[in-house]
Write a protein of this length. Structure first.
Length: 368
């Protein structure tokens, strides 16, 4: 396999639209890297530049230490799995999987050997004589992946390969792709708009928005240490709650919301970073899972707030409750210990140690 390096890669379309701006990414050999972000963020364009399907406007691209800006897609030794599978309807599964090798003048015996090998890995040996119309969506996706495997490429590229599948099949297929990565020990670059896919599959994740890279890190570090408000809100489900307010000093430092309805003591280890923001407007962030029912609030860093419940969603072993703070709609994931009612007032506990704070103007994280 191989590493992939992008150095200040930029893509500008006719008319001056910048799709990707100064992308610096180093994909390590055998790494599973995920590009994630909202629609139009530039993730698929980045993948297509790596594949050679889009020209690079500025910057340098290296695959296995080879400069490939001007190398044609077929000579880059990469394999791409598309969203729509792109299978030939008149060919069998075996013919679809081996077609690329046939174009490259491989011998029939070698093609058959590689197709059988890939089919065995993917568990589709019994489908080799069928045509795509006789396959389910998940089976077609396996065939598309098998077509990539038979090429023995240096790099696998996946462009939202699971977006056409139903929710249950998506979970199954993302597990299978992760297992495939471990089995092949391959370098894989995967594009998705689904942050759950990114968090569960990637060794590292590239967060993109409006053509810019906002952060590259491991899933756990992105979750615990987002670089800015956008990353904090994008990673995690349900999304992080944001509350505008300021830092005040009383018998210590506190976060006070704009309407003076919520006051949360600043965690001791956060005081130094927040001292320079006293009496300045900032945005506080707290994840729904860091807000607790009183019976489960055991940490010393817990601080009490009172809220009025707007919406309640029972989820089995937990309950999602919705409420407003200073006009911001917030959500908490609490243990299903009681059955609250809409409109009732409820005491909740916020874990101050897990609060995030963002500069109001730059939206950069204050706690580093």
């Amino acid at each position: 396999m191989a590493d992939v390096v992008l150095k200040n890669v930029t893509k500008v379309y006719e008319g001056g639209t910048v799709a990707v701006r100064n992308a610096d990414i180093e994909v390590k050999d055998k790494e599973f890297l995920v590009l994630v972000g909202p629609s139009g963020c530039g993730k698929s364009t980045t993948l297509r530049m790596i594949a050679g399907l889009e020209e690079i406007t500025e910057g340098e691209l290296y695959i296995d230490n080879e400069f490939v800006n001007n190398v044609s897609p077929k000579n880059r030794n990469i394999a791409m799995v598309f969203q729509n599978y792109a299978l030939y309807p008149h060919m069998t599964v075996a013919e679809n999987m081996g077609f690329g090798l046939k174009l490259r003048k491989y011998k029939k015996a070698q093609i058959k050997e590689r197709v059988n090998e890939a089919a065995e890995i993917l568990g589709i040996t019994d489908l080799l004589d069928r045509k795509p119309k006789a396959l389910s969506g998940g089976q077609r996706q396996r065939v598309a992946v098998g077509r990539a495997i038979v090429r023995h490429p240096k790099v696998f590229l996946f462009d939202e390969p699971l977006s056409n599948l139903d929710a249950k099949l998506r979970v199954q297929m993302r597990t299978e792709i992760s297992k495939l990565h471990q089995k092949l020990e391959a370098t894989m670059i995967y594009v998705t708009h689904d942050q759950t896919e990114a968090m569960t599959m990637g060794d590292r994740i590239v967060i993109m928005k409006d053509g810019d890279i906002h952060q590259i890190d491991t899933p756990l570090h992105l979750y615990n240490h987002p670089a800015n408000k956008f990353v904090a809100g994008f990673i995690g489900s349900p999304a992080m709650n944001f509350i505008d307010g300021k830092i005040i000093r009383e018998d210590g430092l506190y976060f006070l919301d704009e309407a003076n309805t919520v006051r949360i003591k600043v965690f001791n280890q956060h005081e130094d970073a927040l001292a320079k923001y006293i009496d300045k407007e900032i945005t506080a962030g707290i994840r729904p899972e860091s807000i607790h029912h009183p019976s489960t609030a055991k940490a010393e860093s817990m601080d009490e707030i009172e809220v009025t419940l707007d919406v309640i969603e029972p989820m089995g072993n937990e309950i999602f409750i919705y409420f407003a703070i200073t006009g911001s709609n917030c959500i908490a994931r609490i243990a299903a210990i009681e059955e609250p009612e809409m409109g009732q007032k409820m005491q909740l506990y916020v874990d101050a140690a897990k609060m995030h704070y963002f500069d109001k103007e730059t939206e950069e994280a204050i706690l580093k």
